[in-house]
Design a protein around this ligand. Structure first.
Ligand code: SF4
Length: 925
């Protein structure tokens, strides 16, 4: 069916779009028809099994389920006939017979009970089904399962298998014994459930509920008294959500139909919010007590008073700004530095960098982008003239071939991963390239598990194949690129037959994947920090850019280049200028014309020199060149490489101001601690990995005397002599639109109204451009540039003393340095302790058991944590998440930097396994 058709609904002629069902047409025309097993949300296939949506069709002997039945031209449908209504009532009456009464229902406000009420069914004439006695399962910390309310509608099965594609929930048994099961009829808490909560959101009866909304007896509790729409504060996917709030506490979270999540969430976005209410929240300003050394930071977070004392806001702000001003006036702005935050809003990031540049007088301002995608930004800027993605991850829906390299999206960008899995179900080829096997490998059509640190060899071999076999897009290369000959000359040296041994992938496989990518109608590349966090991270990204340019796989639907951004606002914070070499919108600080523009806009002279980056700033503290810092929402005492070096630097500072919501590992070194606002406590915009500017809304009051981050930046600025008067983030956003051409046609009011606006956008009433580079590139020549990459070995190779390779990263449940997620009760319940992932062979070789405490050592230090066997880890590799303060992985990592992006090599250093310290063993030895 390609055209609209006309039919009659309750006597009125209506039009059906191609593919629409009767229910959808009725709904669009304002006719409500009950529905239980049907969800109108995107991604849900109608199943037509519950018969709650029956309608009468003239001339047919039987009623039809409107959720699945498509109209035919001229059909006469009656949704309100006595026959249709009594049929639907009967369905509800039969189902109600087996439900707990509404008064004791697990969710008395469920879709089932609301519709039952509307069709005037409150009880049932029919006898209840005799149920097996054990129907409740409270084994999962996030979700309560009470199958006495289950109506077998299979929405949860479709949610799990078809929407989020986790394949945990199924139906088992037959007849009246039929039931929902998790894996092999395991308790939910013991199953492979990843706690995305999609099933809870889909369940129409309350058989599956957030654990926060039932009491110990399984009875409904904590009905929200209000709801606030916002955005998830965790990863760069930027899922839109609604907080459900009771008595100023978040009791549940529901996914909204945002452009990057279509109602979906992951475990963090759905169940990871009670950190906001944690007892560790900073609620009063603190100043370091006289004479307490910064070298002794062993503070109980619940009782920091031994090192700090409470201060008034006036005293804390005067001290905070006073120390920074003294250093600036005595030594110049270059003796100061600031770390802003990718966890805050765009407005905070913009004001923070403006404060450092105009108030401190230096470009020494950076943030965590330096530790995640700085090399990708460097390569994209030199290659295509823009640091953002060329297409959203939703473009996977239109791709024939999807390449995911150096990324673990099922853990780090879980909702984005659901769309990749959906694409595979549709028939797309998924090529996963990673030294470490990931969950996505299960869905991959091709898996290239290459040797760690040998990405360039593998990618150059693919480029060699494409050029040698003339698979490249000659027309595209001629029309849109430059320096192709340099690429051709470079990859001549890297045939697959020669690279196979280096990267560990057979030559024929390298050729096969190169052909697959080049010949695809539409192919897209996603990459993560496995690509960027190397000393050759920029080279890795250069190769990926070259692959897409040489094949013309960019600028069309289903094609593109997409570095998956890690934190919720790392794209926005980078765009806003929280980078030492760029003003907002990546305008170089060393360009006199650019500088003149910002000096004019900001009314202050600006430093013409590029500032120092995150790791360089810590080195400069050791050199005595930087004496004071202002750190907002960052935690370098956990996130920097060789963190002992970073911690020493923090202790050496003459003056350190930390603005945060917890007494983080970094805040413990502070002279002044400013208690600030968590994400659900503030208004502000954020920009996700798809270039979508979205609105976060204040949902909760601030705890104690904590203040808005934005206010605190303004207060510090005023005390440094700036005449700032910003009273609301909308005023800051208005200024940002003058400083950032990328925000043209986007206003605060528009983002508030539309919830999400993609940049760039051509006019105030047009949608933004999801796909860019359709007709060229934002470079001086309008062409993209090939930048060849040579093979560069990792900075520290394994040897006899340290024979293994250590790689670090994230887990699904924990985010960044864990300051929030480890204080989120469900997330910490699910992953409560530090672990090192190892192959079974390495465990056996060292005589360890899975679960045993071991020690991992590198040239920079050692940590003790539990061993966890992981079948996807190749022998010789150790993987450690960096969220655990008690076993901080970054004590081990190598601070060597990529020369272009200045990003450290978190993904590769030499390491060894040892027995954990045991006094008895040490004494015997
Ligand atoms: Fe939040 Fe990312 Fe999970 Fe979405 S995928 S809910 S943005 S952590």
């Amino acid at each position: 069916m390609t055209d609209t058709i006309k039919f009659f609904l309750d006597g009125a002629e209506v039009e059906a779009h191609p593919g629409e069902t009767i229910w959808q047409v009725a709904n669009r025309n304002g006719t409500e028809i009950p529905h239980l097993c049907y969800s109108p949300k995107p991604g849900y296939r109608p199943d037509g099994n519950c018969r709650a949506c029956m309608v009468e069709i003239e001339g047919e002997r039987v009623l039809a389920a409107s959720c699945i039945r498509k109209p035919a031209p001229g059909m006469k449908v009656n949704s309100a006939s006595e026959r249709a209504e009594s049929s639907r009532r009967l369905v509800f009456e039969l189902l109600a017979a087996d439900q707990p009464d509404r008064i004791v229902a697990h969710d008395p406000d469920s879709r089932f009970w609301n519709w039952a009420e509307r069709v005037e069914v409150t009880d049932s004439r029919f006898p209840a089904l005799a149920r097996p006695s054990k129907v409740a399962d409270f084994s999962h910390p996030a979700m309560a399962v009470q199958l006495d309310a289950c109506i077998h509608c299979t929405l949860c099965v479709r949610a799990c298998r078809e929407v989020q594609v986790n394949d945990v929930i199924g139906m088992a048994a037959r007849g009246h014994l039929e039931k929902i099961v998790f894996d092999f009829d395991d308790p939910m808490g013991g199953s492979t459930c990843v706690a995305c909560g999609e099933c809870v959101q889909a369940c129409p009866t309350g058989a599956l509920m957030p654990a926060t909304q039932v009491d110990e007896a399984g009875i409904f509790a904590n009905a929200p008294d209000r709801k606030v729409d916002s955005v998830c504060p965790y990863c760069g996917v930027g899922c839109q959500l609604t907080y459900e709030i009771k008595d100023d506490r978040i009791v549940a979270v529901e996914g909204r139909d945002g452009p990057s999540n279509r109602n979906r969430l992951c475990v963090k976005g759905r169940f990871g919010f009670d950190y906001v209410h944690h007892a560790d929240r900073l609620t009063v300003p603190l100043v370091r007590r006289e004479g307490v050394s910064k070298h002794d930071v062993d503070i109980d977070p619940l009782n920091p008073w031994t090192h700090f004392r409470e201060a008034s806001w006036e005293e804390a702000l005067d001290r905070a700004a006073g120390g920074l001003k003294r250093i600036r006036d005595e030594r110049g702005g270059g003796a100061l530095a600031g770390f802003g935050s990718a966890k805050g809003s765009n407005e905070e990031a913009y004001l923070f960098q403006k404060l450092v540049r105009t108030g401190f007088g230096t470009n020494n301002v950076d943030h965590c982008t330096r530790l995640c995608h700085a090399s990708s930004v460097a390569a994209l800027m030199e290659g295509v003239g823009s640091a953002a993605v060329s297409a959203p991850f939703m473009a996977a829906e239109d791709a024939d071939v999807i390449v995911v390299i150096g990324a673990n999206p099922t853990e780090n960008h879980p909702v984005a991963a659901t769309f990749f899995k959906n694409a595979v179900k549709r028939g797309a080829r998924l090529v996963v390239m990673d030294p470490r096997g990931t969950v996505l490998m299960r869905h991959a059509t091709d898996m290239l598990q290459f040797k760690p640190g040998r990405d360039v060899a593998m990618l150059n071999a693919m480029l060699h194949t494409i050029i040698e076999e003339e698979l490249y897009d000659r027309q595209y290369v001629q029309a849109h690129t430059e320096e192709f000959e340099a690429l051709v000359a470079n990859v001549r040296d890297y045939p697959p037959e020669k690279m196979a041994e280096i990267c560990g992938i057979p030559a024929e496989k390298l050729r096969e994947v190169a052909r697959l990518y080049a010949r695809a109608e539409a192919a897209i590349i996603f990459w993560g920090m496995g690509v960027s966090q190397h000393i050759h991270g920029t080279d890795n990204a250069r190769c990926l850019i070259a692959l897409s340019l040489v094949t013309g796989q960019v600028g069309r639907p289903g094609t593109g280049l997409h570095p998956l951004r890690g934190q919720n606002n790392v794209q926005g914070a980078s765009d806003a200028g929280l980078i030492p070499m760029f003003f907002p919108d990546y305008k170089p600080v060393d360009s006199p014309e650019v500088r003149a523009f910002y000096e004019d806009l900001w009314g202050a002279p600006l430093d013409p020199k590029r500032g120092l980056t995150v790791v360089e700033i810590m080195d400069a503290v050791h050199e005595g060149d930087i004496r004071g810092m202002y750190i907002m929402g960052e935690n370098p005492a956990m996130s920097d490489p060789d963190v002992s070096h970073a911690r020493e630097a923090l202790a050496m500072l003459e003056h350190l101001v930390v603005q945060d919501i917890f007494l983080t590992e970094t805040a413990k070194y502070a002279d002044v601690v400013l208690p600030a606002s968590a994400w659900p406590e503030k208004d502000g915009t954020v920009t996700n990995t798809n270039r979508q500017v979205q609105m976060g809304r204040r949902a909760l009051p601030l705890p104690g005397k904590a203040r808005q981050d934005l206010d605190l930046i303004v207060e510090i600025a005023k005390r440094l002599g700036l005449d700032w008067t910003y009273a609301h983030p909308r005023e800051v956003f208005a200024e940002m639109t003058k400083a950032m051409p990328s925000l043209a046609n986007i206003t605060w009011e528009r983002v508030a109204r539309e919830s999400s606006v993609t940049y760039p956008v051509a006019s105030p009433d047009e949608p933004g451009a999801d796909i860019v580079f359709t007709e060229g590139f934002p470079t001086p020549s309008g062409r993209a540039r090939f930048v060849p990459a040579k093979l560069v070995a990792p900075a520290e190779e394994p040897d006899a003393d340290y024979p293994m390779v250590l790689s670090t990263g994230r887990q699904l449940e924990h985010w960044h340095t864990g300051s929030m997620t480890r204080r989120a009760s469900v997330l910490d319940d699910l992953e409560p302790e530090a672990v090192a992932y190892l192959s079974a062979r390495d465990l056996e070789r060292h005589g360890f058991r899975s679960g045993e405490k071991i020690r991992v050592a590198t040239r920079r230090g050692s940590i003790e944590l539990k061993a966890r066997v992981d079948g996807a880890i190749p022998p010789g590799l150790i993987f450690i998440p960096f969220a655990y303060a008690e076993a901080a992985a970054n004590i081990l990592t190598n601070p060597q930097l990529d020369p272009f992006g200045k990003i450290p090599e978190f993904k590769y250093c030499a390491a060894r396994l040892e027995h954990a310290y045991e006094p008895a063993r040490e004494a015997a030895e």
